[in-house]
Design a binder for this molecule. Structure first.
Ligand SMILES: [Mg+2]
Ligand SMILES: [Zn+2]
Length: 169
């Protein structure tokens, strides 16, 4: 792979890579979506940059500290590496406009449906927009993609690898 720009896939986390069990934050609770590591490995092989963009208002709600989000992402990276898969960068937004914790009470430009996390990744990485897309499980994910000028695909559940295989075909 040369160092030139590459298309990127932006993945929501909860409901796309891991089950959305309601603010998952403890590795012991995590259940992977079927085919998720295989899907990431498939994207790696196809030459995509792979990013995770996840709202984590559980931080703003005081359910877990911000450091726990990074810890979970490091754990996910290790498990993915064991399956030969790599996420190039994780981005999360800990904010919420009605947060009980004042430090995180903000109408953040990075909180989906706003496109800030995607925009920041587009700025920081050599992304080729043509061929790039997002996969999410909620309309707010697709709205963030649209606001960033990228197509979005709504993951209906089942195997993420089969779903991505269909998109890439
Ligand atoms: Mg989700
Ligand atoms: Zn934020």
């Amino acid at each position: 792979m040369t160092g030139g720009p590459r298309p990127a896939v932006f993945l929501d986390r909860d409901g796309v890579l891991i089950e959305d069990t309601g603010y998952p934050h403890d590795p012991a609770e995590v259940r992977w979506i079927a085919g998720a590591p295989e899907a990431v490995a498939r994207l790696n092989r196809a030459g995509f940059l792979v990013f995770v963009v996840t709202n984590q208002s559980g931080v703003a709600r005081g359910l877990y500290p911000d450091e726990q989000v990074g810890a979970l992402h490091r754990w996910m990276s290790e498990r993915l590496a064991g399956a030969g898969a790599r996420v190039d960068a994780f981005e999360h937004c800990p904010h919420h406009p009605d947060a009980p914790l004042p430090a995180y009470r903000r109408n953040c430009r990075r909180r989906k449906p706003a496109p800030g996390m995607i925009e920041d990744l587009l700025r920081a990485w050599p992304v080729e927009r043509a061929g790039s897309f997002l996969v999410g499980d909620k309309p707010s994910d697709l709205a963030a993609a649209a606001a960033a000028g990228l197509p979005g695909h709504l993951f209906p559940g089942g195997s993420l690898d089969a779903f991505l295989g269909g998109i890439l075909r």
